[in-house]
Design a protein around this ligand. Sequence first.
Ligand code: THU
Length: 127
Amino acid sequence: MFQLAYSAMENAYAPYSRFKVGAVVRGKNGNIYGGCNVENAAYPQGCCAESSAISAMVMDGETVIDEVCIIATGDALVTPCGGCRQRIREFAGGHVPIHICGPEGLRKSFTLSDLLPASFGPENLGE
Ligand code: THU
C-alpha cells in the first residue's frame, strides 16, 4: 500500500498548493486502489487523494474499505481532511486502520473512530 501511495503522490496534480498527497484504500476483495489530489484553477473544484482512491475502488465494484494509507511530504502528520473522513466512513467501519505516512515510511496509525468519533453513516439512514 505504501508503494502505491508513494507513486500516487508523485503523480499528484497540485500546481496551486504544491502539496502533493497520495492515498490508497484496500478493499474487502483484497485489491488496493490508489489516488492523488487533483487541483483545479477554479480552486474549489480540486479533489483530495482519498476521494480519488475511493472512486477507483467503487469503479471496480468494491464498496467495503478494510485499510487506508495516506502519504504526504513535510513534517506534519497529514491526516485526512474532515470531508474525506466522512467519505471513508461511507465505506468503512470505525475499526478500520488509517496509516499516516511520510516519504520515509509509517508515522502513525489511527482507526477511523479515532479520527471521526460518533460518526454519521449509512446505518443512520437504515441502510
Ligand atoms: N489534500 C488531500 O488530498 N487530502 C487531504 O486529506 C488533505 C488535503 C489535498 C487537497 C489540496 O490539493 C492540497 O492537499 C492542499 O490542501
